[in-house]
Design a protein around this ligand. Structure first.
Ligand code: GLN
Length: 541
């Protein structure tokens, strides 16, 4: 039976519960335990796949093809392990199962009620995830903030599990302590109130992680300890730091791992986070710089700029840059700006390389194509991810092969040159409005062309990468494009789907139909990102 650590948020969202959960997992993993992490999202959606990335952030894709919250990506990056669909649940999923069970007469004729049947299903899922992963510890991150209507049933599940197994369950409250500029002092009251809200749900936090711009000082630690009924040693300072990967080490400064183990009457099996410490050292001492531009469109909400929609891409760039002992400098380029003012394209010259990440729909697409053309013509390293690959072949068709109306069928279904088209099966799904969870999702094998740059990067012919798309390169154009200089660098094993394209006589021009960013880890940077950064560094010189 594993131990369960529930991580809940107080005061406000966006304070780094995901990072905190992943970091707690990392610390325990470092002490020699098997750890897995579960994410609970309190909305009705069955998965994150149908949500707008500007509002919800990136849709992360697991090996087994689930479209999840970006926190699952955090867990994978910290734990350096694959996390599967079993570790992700939403209110929608839980209710769907309960209702299906009722239809199957699995409740034996009883009245099926919100409590206890819904929390029971939540508990069943958490336990199953622990069992499948053969985990010593299951970290369970409850989305949302305490006091919200939406996550009440999940807190109820946590309370019930604790009531049944008091020795196997701990609660961590990740709170936020504001420092209002006019007051100039860190305030603890919102955290006290968050703890009270948690108490009202029948839960006493064992730990409070105090997120703030600055470290927690002694008087405030004492105050939180007294008013929130938590041992002072378990009130943990969690100030802003430069890299999220340092969070586990920061928590360890306050002995968080040891404190958790002692509450479970357990002992560390090893004393080690050596590879992680080495990583942090590399991050901090990295010397050179590499400038990478990301041309996308999911940046702004109201007056605020967010980069959450591309988090795995950003992290993958960082991992690869660190592997080359340099610091990444990222620039956000809104593709729509290139449409309004093409003279801005020359700003791309300031960069060492450009990435066009995944995307959907027509907004900003022409700007992306212009940026890709500029990179191709000016020999700026270019890396296209999914939509970025599809746009690269459209650009190639238009400007090298002279097919002026070339397009993807996603944008212009009537084009006479659908360079990227939809597979029949996918087309039928759309016709029947079957949008949810029906893209080509998850890991698929790919065979590399031995004469490609990609092969050089991977150092092997057989690879497997994660996908999330409906459209594909149209094989009718394969021969013509190859003659014009396009390299088909990777295909599905039966050769029916083009998975990677490259362009010859260019320092780095690679487009991939998959999302390599999902498999990049700080301790295991992705080979294509590494090769891309290497080209960027060369072009910098
Ligand atoms: N919109 C494209 C497709 O569905 C690309 C998807 C993506 O970039 N993830 O095929």
């Amino acid at each position: 039976m594993p131990k369960f650590i529930f991580v809940v948020g107080g005061v406000m969202s966006g304070v780094g519960k995901g990072t905190a959960s992943a970091s707690i997992g990392k610390i325990l993993q470092g002490k020699g335990f098997r750890v897995t992490a579960v994410k609970i999202d309190p909305y009705i959606n069955i998965d994150a796949g149908t949500m707008n990335p500007v509002e919800h952030g990136e849709v992360f894709v697991t090996e087994d093809g689930d479209e999840t919250d970006q926190d699952i990506g955090n867990y994978e990056r910290f734990l350096n392990e694959n996390i599967y669909s079993d570790n992700y649940m939403t209110t929608g999923r839980v209710y769907q199962t309960v209702i299906q069970k009722e239809r199957n007469l699995e409740y034996g004729g009883r009245c099926v009620e919100v409590v206890p049947h819904v929390p029971e299903e939540v508990i069943r899922r958490i336990r199953r995830a622990g069992k499948i992963a053969k985990a010593d510890f299951v970290i369970v991150e409850v989305g949302g903030t305490v006091g919200e209507y939406q996550n009440v049933l999940f807190l109820e599940a946590a309370r019930m599990l604790h009531q049944r197994r008091p020795d196997d369950v701990l609660f961590v409250l990740v709170s936020y302590l504001p420092i209002p500029s006019k007051i100039g002092e860190m305030k603890t009251k919102p955290t006290q109130q968050a703890a009270q809200l948690l108490n009202a749900a029948g839960i006493q936090p064992d730990f409070i992680l105090c997120r703030a711009e600055q470290p927690l000082d002694e008087p405030r630690k004492r105050k939180i300890s007294i008013f929130c009924n938590v041992d002072k040693r378990d009130v943990i300072s969690a100030p802003d730091i430069d890299t999220i990967y340092e969070v586990p080490l920061n928590f360890e400064k306050e002995q968080l791992g040891q404190r958790i183990l002692s509450k479970f009457y357990m002992r560390a099996r090893q004393k080690d986070l050596a590879d992680w410490k080495k990583l942090i050292k590399t991050i901090k001492t990295a010397k050179g710089e590499v400038r990478v531009g990301i041309v996308g469109k999911y940046f702004t909400t109201g007056n605020f700029v967010l980069s959450d929609a591309y988090i795995s891409v950003i992290e993958a760039i960082k991992h690869a840059a660190w592997a080359h002992n340099c610091k990444p400098v990222l620039t956000w380029l809104n593709s729509e700006e290139f449409e309004k003012d093409p003279s801005k394209l020359k700003d791309l010259k300031q960069l060492d390389g450009v990435i066009v990440p995944g995307g959907f729909g027509s907004r900003g697409v022409e700007g992306k194509i212009k940026a890709i053309q500029y990179c191709r013509e000016n020999k700026i390293p270019y890396f296209g991810l999914c939509y970025g690959m599809q746009m690269a072949v459209v650009e190639f068709a238009r400007n090298i092969c002279g097919l002026a109306d070339a397009n993807t069928a996603e944008i212009n279904p009537k084009t006479t040159n659908p360079i990227v088209h939809i597979m029949e099966e996918q087309g039928n799904l759309i016709k029947n409005k079957k949008y949810g969870g029906t893209m080509r999702l998850g890991a698929y094998p790919c065979i590399l062309n031995k004469k490609s740059l990609s092969y050089k990067a991977y150092g092997q012919r057989n690879i497997s990468e994660r996908h999330r798309h409906r459209y594909e390169f149209n094989n009718a154009y394969r021969e013509q494009f190859e003659k014009a200089g396009l390299v088909i660098a990777g295909t599905s094993p039966n050769n029916s789907l083009v998975e990677i394209i490259e362009i010859k006589d260019h320092p780095f021009f690679v487009g991939v139909q998959f999302h390599p960013e999902f498999k990049s880890r700080p301790l295991n940077p992705h080979p294509l990102f590494k090769e891309f950064i290497s080209a960027c560094l060369k072009s910098r010189k």
